[in-house]
Design a protein around this ligand. Structure first.
Ligand SMILES: *[C@@H]1O[C@H](CO)[C@@H](O)[C@H](O)[C@H]1NC(C)=O
Ligand SMILES: *[C@@H]1O[C@H](CO)[C@@H](O)[C@H](O)[C@H]1NC(C)=O
Ligand SMILES: *[C@@H]1O[C@H](CO)[C@@H](O)[C@H](O)[C@H]1NC(C)=O
Ligand SMILES: *[C@@H]1O[C@H](CO)[C@@H](O)[C@H](O)[C@H]1NC(C)=O
Ligand SMILES: *[C@@H]1O[C@H](CO)[C@@H](O)[C@H](O)[C@H]1NC(C)=O
Length: 954
């Protein structure tokens, strides 16, 4: 204790130890124990005799016990797994026997699957296996609820190692962001628990995705952001943050008797985030780290010297135990009692961090985000103690320089290097409801099945030091489990029920019936060569497509062909069995023949001696090329780097528009800012998304004229690069701060749409919208705004007599007005396709199964609304094939494969004013191997482009 005047005179361990209390109350039992200890000490330390019986004797014993405790490492009590009741047990919770399950236990490196039952009692897993007989009597007495899951997959509850749930709450409100302190860059004394909002709308949603436990980390604005806490997501009777904690350090919950030491958690961050917030550089941040760790080391050394003196019985010179409330947590890191979680991306940052860990001799539990970890596995292996786990996203990357080399193959490459892989949400960056989807994608790109499920259950439990109670299904573990409607790695796997502490969390689960094949892990494609290339090119493998050099390409073993015709999709071929597969013959980018091989292999299609490139699709399909909308694809390469994009348009409602561009009347054309060859665009292209429509980048009301373009084109002048220069007029109506108000934005729109021809203050494009010549796409989420737009549409139509083509994009709350939207003939684009109540205007979501039967997509389609789906960020464009596959799966047969494809192709294009391809019948086609475009079993191997008269093969 160097300078803190408030510090207590007696030694107070700073962590989770019984002696931690500042105010000592007489405790008889304890005193007797101390007395016994002192009696023995007296024999060893003669100088103590003077104090025996005095108040100071008690403190001598405390000092010695305290010093001894400093070397303790957290561990559960040895008999922990014999417990019959959890400390989180809620009295009155009935025992449950989950019967006839396929139980992924987490044992044997995640390969053990037990067919049988799980018995939950006292908030604890009391048995796994064939338990029926043993419990029959209790079942007959009615003491146990029996749930027959009929062979369903059961896993431990999902554990999220990186969440801001409760601190970065939803819906986000300006007055309540509790993720970061801005009061300095070294803040080991902050505690995320102090900001934990118990009313975050995300708890219920994430539980509905199977998440039961989350480590709530402070944000990454500081080098040392503070202490993190592990919570269970369920509601508690006490309704407090404290009641949500799992294995909290005893002092945190004021438990003075305590037990064996428990793990603490701490957040660190390197790289751009702490740099940005403090106008620092990487050099500043690491100096700040070294200074902080040096301070902690000095305190630790003083403590150790103090204890050494005490052990030698040199009491006379001993003063106060050296400690400091601000630094105690960092001292505990050096004592190996804290799991350190470090937001750290690039090779340079990881190298800095590992050097720090070796200089100060502390280990790191996990590096988070860690987009370049797969490029430098040897650096991680050099870490002090044990190599950190890598807690990563599956495909969320390229949003800043640090993430530019992020790879979908990172998980498998890290695992191949023997490093632990954790998939995390960074909720609400990714909605943790879909954390399992991260594991599914990692598996799709090559992470083995056992490690993929472990990456969201047992491995994160190990990383946070809670693997004695969560992350596995074994006797003595917490009664946290998920019953799934399919194999957990199957696309769209959704909980049928979720138990936390033995309490069922879904009151009335809505369950979709999945195809039988979904009860096994998907047979995913092979990406070995892509993964190897990714390493060879340091994360930036060449992605530009190359066209085949033959005029003829014959695709064999084709199971399905879906083609657009006049803007409508038709399945023109469908194999009834594997033996019945067909062929598709393409000449110069257009289908010349499809059906039986014998039919296409004829002279009318293939001339004598003509070269034919033959591609075996192994049961694959030919599908319409998908379209992306909603992200700034084609306009920004790295979203955090303004120099990598077109920049934002002026908004005449919030400031002056320069006269040189024509003042307020100017509508910017997105086509003029297009850039080609962006990595997110090329990755999307290689995942079947052949084109995009983007509006000019904007943050408020005024957007401009959208454009439709090819994602595979090398540059704007390339054949077919720009598909349609102008597609529709785009504006946004919503809360963009205090000004301009929503009503102001509506007033502007009314004036613009009711302008008379020749009004020099209004762009002619608004007249085109009013006459119904081009669509208007209005970004809006709130049902109230959508209702106002419907009224405005009517008002304008009554005055002009024309019909406005209006599309509302975003549209999170559109489901509330499904009938009215259908009647008004307004189209809807849902962005994102699976809703989340990010802000107030989006709070009334229709979450879909298991919380509701209908999703927004299925409900709007049922009302015959034309629906499309979009993505918010460029990186997620590549996942559109899975978004639509998922939408169809959760609609339980109410959305056909063709409807699902139309959501991101023909219907989406119509809603956005894309007509060029419909007119010319030149839409791109996507070729998949091993299955159709919507599944985890297929790989996109090519694009057939009639527009360019070419076939690209990947
Ligand atoms: C765990 O499984 C992975 C992938 O299946 C394998 O590579 C690894 O060697 C296994 N580890 C152990 C300890 O068996
Ligand atoms: C303190 O923790 C111990 C060990 O878990 C437990 O036995 C005891 O009941 C707790 N005391 C209180 C007051 O919660
Ligand atoms: C196909 O393309 C080749 C080379 O690009 C060209 O010579 C040929 O005329 C084209 N054939 C047709 C039918 O368009
Ligand atoms: C087509 O591919 C499927 C899946 O790989 C395979 O089972 C089947 O035998 C193949 N059929 C032919 C005719 O090659
Ligand atoms: C939607 O269209 C179908 C087919 O035209 C029709 O049968 C159905 O009644 C319509 N549904 C609604 C809610 O209008």
């Amino acid at each position: 204790m160097d300078d803190d005047k408030r510090a207590p005179a007696l030694p107070t361990s700073v962590q989770a130890h019984p002696l931690r209390r500042k105010h000592h109350r007489a405790r008889t039992a304890k005193f007797l124990a101390v007395f016994a200890l002192l009696a023995s000490l007296q024999l060893l330390v003669p100088s103590l005799t003077n104090f025996f019986g005095s108040a100071r004797t008690k403190s001598v014993a405390r000092v010695l016990a305290h010093c001894e405790a400093l070397s303790k490492i957290p561990a559960p009590p040895p008999d922990f797994h014999k417990r019959r009741t959890s400390d989180r047990f809620v009295p009155g919770t009935r025992a449950v026997l989950v019967r006839n399950a396929r139980i992924w236990t987490g044992a044997q490196n995640g390969t053990e699957v037990v067919r049988g039952d799980v018995f939950l009692d006292g908030g604890v897993v009391r048995g796994v296996g064939h338990l029926g007989g043993l419990l029959d009597a209790s079942i007959q007495r009615g003491d146990i609820d029996v749930v027959d899951v009929k062979g369903a997959w059961v896993t431990p509850g999902i554990v999220d190692t990186h969440s801001h749930i409760g601190t970065d709450s939803s819906p986000a409100l300006a007055g309540a962001s509790d993720t970061n302190s801005r009061k300095g860059t070294i803040l080991p004394w902050m505690r995320s628990l102090d900001g934990l909002n118990t009313h975050d709308a995300a708890y219920t949603l994430s539980i509905a995705g199977g998440v039961t436990t989350a480590l709530v980390l402070p944000g990454s604005a500081n080098a040392i952001g503070g202490q993190a806490f592990t919570i269970k997501l369920r509601a508690t009777h006490e309704r407090s943050p404290t009641a949500m904690l799992v294995d909290p350090p005893f002092d945190i919950v004021g438990n003075t008797t305590g037990g064996p030491l428990r793990w603490r958690q701490m957040k660190h961050a390197c790289g751009e985030n702490p740099s940005r917030v403090y106008q620092a550089t990487r050099m500043d941040t690491f100096w700040a780290f070294r200074q902080a760790y040096d301070k902690a080391r000095q305190i630790k050394q003083k403590q150790d010297e103090y204890c050494a003196q005490a052990a030698r019985g040199e009491w006379s010179a001993l003063g106060e135990f050296p400690e400091d409330l601000q630094w105690e947590a960092l001292v505990d890191v050096l004592r190996g009692r804290v799991r350190v979680h470090t937001h750290c991306y690039e090779a340079v940052d990881l190298d800095d961090l590992i050097r720090l860990s070796n200089e100060f001799e502390f280990s790191i539990a996990a590096v988070h985000h860690a987009h370049e970890a797969y490029l430098v596995p040897d650096v991680l292996k050099r870490a002090y103690g044990a190599p950190p786990a890598a807690a990563i996203f599956a495909t969320n990357a390229r949003y800043k320089r640090e993430a530019y080399r992020g790879s979908e193959f990172a998980a498998r490459i890290l695992a191949e290097n023997g490093l632990k892989v954790v998939m995390k949400s960074d909720h609400p960056v990714l909605n943790s409801r879909f954390l399992l989807y991260e594991a599914q994608q990692a598996h799709f790109y090559g992470l083995p099945e056992n490690l993929a499920i472990a990456a969201v259950t047992s491995t994160p439990a190990q990383v946070i030091g809670l693997d004695h109670r969560v992350g596995y299904l074994k006797e003595g573990y917490d009664a946290d489990l998920v019953v799934w409607d399919s194999h957990p790695l199957a696309l769209g796997a959704t909980p049928v029920q979720v138990y936390i502490d033995g309490i069922a969390q879904l009151a009335e689960p809505h369950i979709a019936h999945k195809p039988a094949a979904f009860q096994a892990a998907p047979d995913v494609p092979n990406f070995d060569s892509e993964a190897a290339e990714t390493i060879a090119y340091e994360g930036l493998p060449p992605l530009a497509p190359t066209s085949v050099d033959t005029a003829l390409v014959l695709f064999t073993n084709v199971s399905s062909v879906v083609l657009p015709s006049a803007g409508v999709l038709h399945e023109t071929f469908s194999a009834s069995s594997v033996d019945d597969a067909g062929v598709v013959l393409v000449r110069n980018g257009s289908i010349a023949c499809s059906g039986a091989e014998s039919v296409c292999w004829q002279s009318q299609y293939i001339a004598d001696g003509e070269r034919v490139k033959v591609v075996d699709l192994k049961g694959g399909a030919v599908s319409p090329g998908l379209m992306s909308y909603g992200s700034p694809l084609g306009l920004v390469e790295i979203s955090a780097e303004p120099s990598t994009g077109d920049g934002r348009v002026f908004d005449p409602l919030s400031g002056d528009v320069p006269a040189v561009i024509g003042g307020d009347t100017t509508l910017v054309r997105a086509v003029d800012g297009l850039q080609f060859g962006e990595r997110s665009a090329l990755l999307a292209y290689r995942a079947g998304v052949t084109k995009a429509i983007s509006a000019p980048s904007h943050s408020r009301f005024w957007a401009g004229l959208g454009t439709s373009f090819s994602l595979g084109a090398a540059h704007k002048l390339a054949e077919g690069a720009v598909i349609q220069e102008v597609t529709a007029l785009h504006v946004a109506v919503g809360h963009f701060g205090v000004q301009p108000s929503v009503s102001t934005q509506i007033a502007a729109l009314r004036r613009l749409l009711l302008a008379l021809p020749g009004d020099r203050d209004v762009s002619a494009s608004f007249l085109d919208v009013a006459k119904g010549k081009i669509p208007i796409v209005v970004e809006a989420h709130s049902a109230d705004v959508i209702a106002t737009l419907i009224l405005l549409k009517k008002e304008v139509e009554e005055k002009t007599g024309a019909t406005i083509q209006m599309t509302v994009a975003g549209a999170t709350e559109a489901h509330l007005l499904a009938k009215e939207i259908a009647e008004a003939g307004v189209g809807i684009i849902l962005v994102p396709s699976r809703p989340f109540p990010t802000v107030w205007e989006e709070r009334r979501i229709l979450p879909g199964p298991p919380l509701t039967k209908e999703s927004a997509i299925s409900l709007l389609l049922a009302h015959n609304v034309t629906v499309g789906i979009g993505v918010e960020e460029s990186w997620s464009a590549r996942n559109i094939r899975f978004d639509i596959g998922w939408a169809a799966l959760e609609a339980d047969g109410r959305i056909s494969k063709l409807q699902a494809l139309a959501l991101a192709s023909t219907d989406l294009e119509k809603l956005l004013g894309g007509e060029a391809e419909v007119a010319a019948a030149t839409a791109d086609l996507v070729v998949t191997e091993g299955g159709d475009l919507l599944s985890f079993e297929s790989k996109v191997v090519g694009v057939v482009s009639a527009r360019r008269g070419a076939v690209d093969l990947f």
